[in-house]
Design a protein around this ligand. Structure first.
Ligand SMILES: [Zn+2]
Ligand SMILES: [Zn+2]
Length: 148
């Protein structure tokens, strides 16, 4: 259990709030409390938005995120029919978070923009049906074909 102990110790070292910002610095924010869940999403939309093989999202309580700066918004519908609204920096285009206006109590923070990214260790991988073949999900981490 040494590995697990060291992960727990590392997590307990993390001090909140953690600051974050977009690439150009126009948007700054603070995450006041630990996320409820960290997920990796391998869907095509996340590949486009992250310019990578998957995006990492921290599900956080809406009241634990404090944002400074004017965000632009883009609205889309998820395959489930749920509204998925995207907030991003109007200057550099960096995606800051997604939210569903029908479920305003939680926010999907695009947490790669945090200054301290040690918390970005996904607890689950979703939309694995669109995953890049070369990427191996670490053993023991739950995975789902689509949105669980
Ligand atoms: Zn920016
Ligand atoms: Zn996705």
């Amino acid at each position: 259990m040494a590995a697990l102990d060291s992960v727990e110790k590392m997590m307990s070292d993390i001090q909140y709030p953690i600051k974050g910002s977009c690439q150009c610095g126009n948007i700054r924010y603070q995450l006041l409390a630990p996320p409820l869940k960290i997920m990796a999403c391998h869907c095509k939309a996340c590949q486009k938005l992250s310019t990578s093989a998957f995006s990492i999202t921290a599900l956080v309580k809406a009241d634990s995120l404090v944002v400074q700066g004017e965000l632009a918004q883009w609205e889309r519908l998820a395959e489930s029919g749920n509204k998925n609204y995207a907030k991003f920096c109007p200057y550099c285009g960096n995606r800051i978070y997604h939210f569903n206006p029908d479920q305003p109590e939680t926010i999907k923070l695009k947490a790669a923009s945090l200054d301290d990214t040690r918390i970005l260790n996904p607890e689950a991988h979703i939309w694995v049906c669109q995953k890049q073949d070369w990427y191996q999900i670490p053993e023991g981490v739950p995975q789902f074909d689509k949105q669980p």
